[in-house]
Design a protein around this ligand. Structure first.
Ligand code: 3PG
Length: 306
C-alpha cells in the first residue's frame, strides 16, 4: 500500500527511519512530505495515498476529496481536532490516533513549565517551590496521569477533575478527586489543562473559573489554545495581577497579552510538548504498526470515527 507521511512539523530523522523500516518490512511503500509551506502542497501529495500518517496537519475535506484511494488516516499523537472526521467518515476513511505514545513528553513539559512559572520565568528574584503546593488536573487521561505521578514525586498535592474517569482510578495515583471544575480551580495553586478541543471544551476556560484560583495561581496549558476563552483571560489577568498564564500553545492574542501583562504570560514559540526523540519514535512507529495491522487484519482498535 502507498503510505504518505505528511508532517508540516517534521519528526526526527530516526523516527522517520523507524516508520520507513516498519512499513517496508511489511511490504508497504512510504513517501514523505515534510515541512511543507502551504495546504495546497499537502492536497497535491495525497493524490495516490492509500494511508496517511500526520501530526497536527490539517486533514480538511479538500484533502480527503483529493485522495480517492485513501483508506486510513493515523494521527501520530493524541488530539485529532485537526482532522475533518465527518469528511473522512463520508468517504469511508478510518481515522485513528496513537493514544499514550507521546504522553510522557507532554507531561514532562507541563512540569517544566510549572517550574518556569514558580521561578518567575527565570527572571532574577525570589521564586517559590512546588513542594507542598496544590496542582489541579483538568482531565485525567494519559497525560494527566503522568503529570500526577511526576508532581507527587515532587511532593505536590494533586487534585483532578474528569467526569469520564472514576474516583478510584484517581486514588490509585494518590490523586484526590474533586466534585466539580469550580472546586478544582478554587483549590489549586496550579491548574494544568489536559482536555481535548471539542465543541463543549472550546473557549470553556475563562474568567469565571480563573477568578476562583487562590492568590498567585497559575494556569498551565499544554493542551489546545482553543480551550481558552481569550477575552476572559485578558479580563481576569487585568483584575488579578497575581495570576499567571503559561502555555505550550500560543494564544491568538499573545503579543497583546505579553505587552499588557509583562512577566505573567509565556508561550513556547512552537508547540513542543511532543517534540522529543522518544515521543517522535513511539508515535511514529505506533502509527506505522496500526496501518500494517489495519490492512492485514482489519484491526481498528484506535479508530476515532466509529
Ligand atoms: C498531540 O495531540 O498528540 C500533541 O498535541 C502533539 O501534537 P504534535 O504532534 O503536532 O506536536
Amino acid at each position: 500500500m502507498k503510505v504518505l507521511l505528511a508532517t508540516q512539523k517534521p519528526f526526527s530523522k530516526e523516527a522517520v527511519k523507524g516508520i520507513r523500516e516498519t512499513l517496508e518490512k511489511a511490504g508497504h511503500k512510504l513517501t514523505v512530505l515534510e515541512g511543507y509551506k502551504d495546504h495546497a502542497e499537502f492536497v497535491k501529495a495525497v493524490k495516490t495515498a492509500e494511508a496517511l500518517i500526520i501530526r497536527s496537519d490539517q486533514v480538511s475535506a479538500e484533502v480527503v476529496k483529493a485522495a480517492p484511494a485513501l483508506k486510513i488516516v493515523v494521527r501520530a499523537g493524541a488530539g485529532y481536532d485537526n482532522v475533518d472526521l465527518d469528511a473522512c467518515t463520508k468517504h469511508g476513511v478510518v481515522v485513528m490516533n496513537t493514544p499514550g505514545q507521546n504522553s510522557n513528553a507532554v507531561a514532562e513539559l507541563a512540569i517544566g513549565l510549572m517550574i518556569y512559572a514558580a521561578r518567575n520565568l527565570y527572571q532574577p528574584g525570589t521564586g517559590s517551590e512546588l513542594r507542598g503546593r496544590a496542582l489541579g488536573l483538568q482531565a485525567f487521561g494519559n497525560v494527566g496521569k503522568l503529570v500526577a505521578s511526576h508532581a507527587r514525586g515532587m511532593g505536590m498535592k494533586v487534585y483532578a477533575y474528569d467526569p469520564y474517569v472514576g474516583n478510584e482510578i484517581m486514588r490509585e495515583f494518590d490523586v484526590e478527586p474533586v466534585a466539580s471544575l469550580e472546586d478544582l480551580y478554587t483549590q489549586s495553586d496550579y491548574v494544568s489543562l489536559h482536555i481535548p478541543a471539542l465543541p463543549d471544551t472550546i473557549a470553556s476556560v475563562g474568567y469565571e473559573l480563573l477568578a476562583r484560583m487562590p492568590k498567585g495561581g497559575t494556569l498551565l496549558n499544554t493542551a489546545r489554545k482553543e480551550v481558552i476563552d481569550e477575552p476572559g483571560l485578558h479580563k481576569i489577568l487585568a483584575e488579578r495581577p497575581d495570576l499567571t498564564y503559561i502555555a505550550d500553545v500560543m494564544p491568538d492574542t499573545y503579543e497583546q497579552l505579553v505587552v499588557t501583562f509583562p512577566g505573567r504570560v509565556y508561550a513556547t514559540p512552537k508547540k513542543m510538548g511532543a517534540e522529543t526523540a522518544e515521543a517522535n519514535e513511539n508515535a511514529g512507529r505506533a502509527a506505522a504498526e496500526q496501518i500494517i495491522d489495519f490492512f492485514a487484519t482489519g484491526n481498528s482498535t484506535f479508530q476515532v470515527n466509529k
